[in-house]
Design a protein around this ligand. Structure first.
Ligand SMILES: *Cc1c(COP(=O)(O)O)cnc(C)c1O
Length: 352
């Protein structure tokens, strides 16, 4: 007997699904989803459902107080008969830390894996299999109780939805330096994957897009001097041929891709440095040529080259190279994720 239920309609939903040619990132939604509820101090039995609308009370804490944390990870099936998850245990631990920070119940590892595996297994026949493609999994946890009292909810729902995706071919977009607004401050929730962080960043992101850049580059909340990260990706610079990334300062999200690159890069011959990175110093190093390349990283885009950093007045600082070191790192990481190369750190696990 399975440890979770399967709702009527799941087989029909799976049978009716065909994988479109064009996937994008999030444009196509998998036909099933997983749900488990937490009530009276315990997790209830989970269920696999056809993908569809969910009901929430208008007064629920998720809507009123943004009581919501999430994760993003990928299942790969390139050249393999079974799906493989990349560092899923790290996503599980991070989701637990996120839940703790927001005083929500922790999703136990068994339930987390039950959810992502139930969706991955059901979707296995249509996990796209060209290099760079995958099934993007989006677990999330939210407070369902209604009420305005300033305490956490007493009921919650854990869900997993999924999207067949292709890695977005980006070119080397420019990034808008955000000198006014702040994404996250020390002591806040920047270090966890809380949806509210995105709410705080969306205006700057939209403005950046409207100005022809992809996204905002955030600075520290105290001095507006040190680079933090992009809205959903960590930041790297190549300086004198070595990799530099802002150290985790208590407001930056500790990306799993960031950590993977810090571990893989030395094997490719690159020294790595985690340190406070003053923006103005970096702009000087781009000007002098010492900084030769910039890139960002995250599960979605893996490693995204950055064409330049644009000031609010549109002066743009462009490093001499794009996608040289970034391409090497992306190729190396993707080769591990897709199991074309040995996995020295034990990051990849097959979904039986
Ligand atoms: C998810 C996220 C990242 C990237 O983390 P990965 O684990 O590499 O996907 C970076 N910054 C923010 C703000 C994020 O939410």
């Amino acid at each position: 007997m399975s440890a979770y239920d399967i709702a009527p309609g799941v087989d029909a939903a799976l049978a009716a699904f065909t994988l479109p040619e064009k996937l994008g990132f999030g444009a196509v939604t998998a036909p099933v989803m997983f749900s488990a509820e937490w009530e009276e101090g315990t997790w209830r039995r989970g269920i696999l459902l056809p993908y569809g609308r969910i009901e929430v009370w208008p007064g629920s804490r998720v809507l009123q107080y943004a009581e919501l944390v999430f994760e993003g990870l990928k299942a790969y099936k390139v050249g393999q008969s079974r799906a493989n998850l990349f560092r899923a245990q790290d996503n599980c631990r991070r989701m637990q830390r996120s839940a703790e920070r927001l005083a929500m119940p922790v999703v136990p590892e068994t339930l987390f894996f039950q959810g992502i595996k139930a969706v991955t297994r059901a979707c296995a026949p249509f996990i796209p299999a060209r290099s760079g493609q995958s099934l993007y999994l989006r677990p999330f946890l939210y407070g369902t109780e209604s009420g305005y009292l300033l305490r956490n909810s007493k009921s919650f729902r854990f869900m997993v939805i999924a999207n067949p995706v292709e890695s977005y071919a980006t070119g080397a977009p420019t990034v808008a330096i955000e000198r006014q607004e702040v994404r996250a401050a020390q002591g806040g929730i920047g270090t966890v994957k809380a949806s509210a962080n995105y709410a705080a960043s969306l205006r700057a992101s939209s403005r950046a897009l409207a100005r022809g850049h992809t996204v905002a580059l955030w600075l520290d909340a105290t001095e507006h001097r040190y680079i933090q990260e992009l809205s959903g990706m960590n930041f790297f610079a190549v300086i004198d041929g070595e990799l530099h990334t802002p150290e985790l300062d208590g407001a930056i999200l500790p990306g799993i891709t960031r950590d993977s690159l810090l571990k893989l890069a030395p094997r490719l011959g690159y020294a790595v440095h985690e340190r406070p990175m003053a923006l103005d110093e970096l702009l000087g190093q781009i000007g002098s040529g010492r900084c030769s390349e910039l890139f960002a990283c995250g599960t979605a885009a893996i490693v995204m080259p950055i064409g330049g950093l644009a000031e609010p007045d549109e002066r743009t600082f462009r490093p001499a190279q794009t996608d040289q070191v970034a391409a090497r790192l992306r190729t190396a990481l993707l080769a591990v994720q897709e199991r074309r190369e040995p996995d020295p750190f034990g990051w990849v696990r097959e979904v039986a």
